[in-house]
Design a protein around this ligand. Sequence first.
Ligand SMILES: Cc1ncc(COP(=O)(O)O)c(C=O)c1O
Length: 390
Amino acid sequence: MVNWNKIRKDFPITERFTYLDHASASPIPTPVYRQTLRYYDELGGFADFSWNRWIARREAVRRQVARLIGAEPGEIAFTTSTSHGMNLIAELIADKGGVLTNSIEFPATTVPWVYRGTKMKFIKPIDGIVDYTPHLNPPPQGGRKIGGTPSPFMGEGRDGGIKTILTSFVQFQNGFRQDLDALGKLKGDRFLVVNATQGFGYLPINVKQSRIDFLATNSYKWLMAGYGGGILYLRKKWIQKLKPDSCGWRSVDHPEKFDNRSAKPKQDASRYEYGCPPFPHIFAMGAAIEYLAGIGFENVWKRIRFLTDCLIERLSKEGFEILSPLAPSERSGIVVFRVKNAAKLTKHLLAKRIYVSPRGGGIRVAPHIYNTASEIKHLLKTLKEELRQP
Ligand SMILES: Cc1ncc(COP(=O)(O)O)c(C=O)c1O
């Protein structure tokens, strides 16, 4: 049994706010923050005498991350954001063929490809559900049309020349959770590229099982490790086969040789770490994984599901239209419900120290482990009061 009251004490923000949108950004729990301070103590007291220790610690975090998503440590690179990771992916494969994605993606997923002039197909969700299936397996006859609209890749093979499936694990606008295992089964020889930002840290991800080729995520949302960190997964095969445009002095096997005439990069994902590491962000991610693993990732997801259950039940009772898909396999930590003037309403709620966001045609609520059922109740009560105002 997890003592959630005790966990709540790790979040001083609870003394100030009813903070209910971790899909925007999360507070850092005190134990994670303290662990991160250790780096600054060492930096102040010992500076570069700590270098070897820091490098060893970085490698330990790489192993933690790899374990968490079912990858090998050599397939993990540390970045500074999801956008950073997605650009490194696009740099490798944006010119390989068309991209199948969807119209409600967060721009961090799509912009790096649009920028490079990649042919993109944005499918529309139906009832909030993003289903790539008909676009990957169009019937042999009539396969030139998808959902009645001509495919932009028509005439380039049965699937219209789609080389990459580009998707968020969980959609930021409505919380729809993509079935990555199913997508992995469907993908054939296409690349499966996943923006894991809105699922990473509380939902299970297994890159091998889902046959994911590339994945990018960051540190500051559900992982609760603060801004500045990111993770890039690249399947081993692609690290060996695909050549990035960029290379840095630390992309090579022995940077300490200071060889300024050769550029033979390492054969693992760390070749994408061009310069000295952003240690504090890496250590914060390691500490956050340790913190959540200490609670148990299954318990973390159970707790978030319990809180979203409370919310969904109350919203339904009060007659709100829920815009998030509600099938158990499609649920995440994000719940969006329709209201008029969501932007204005969220401002009013903030004036009452309740933090939620206007997203996807309504209000987005995204609770984390330290929130409580009473906070959900408080949100609903305040919301109703606000809606009663003329
Ligand atoms: C799905 C998704 N991807 C990426 C981001 C932003 O990522 P970053 O700032 O690390 O590039 C967000 C932020 O809301 C998001 O919801």
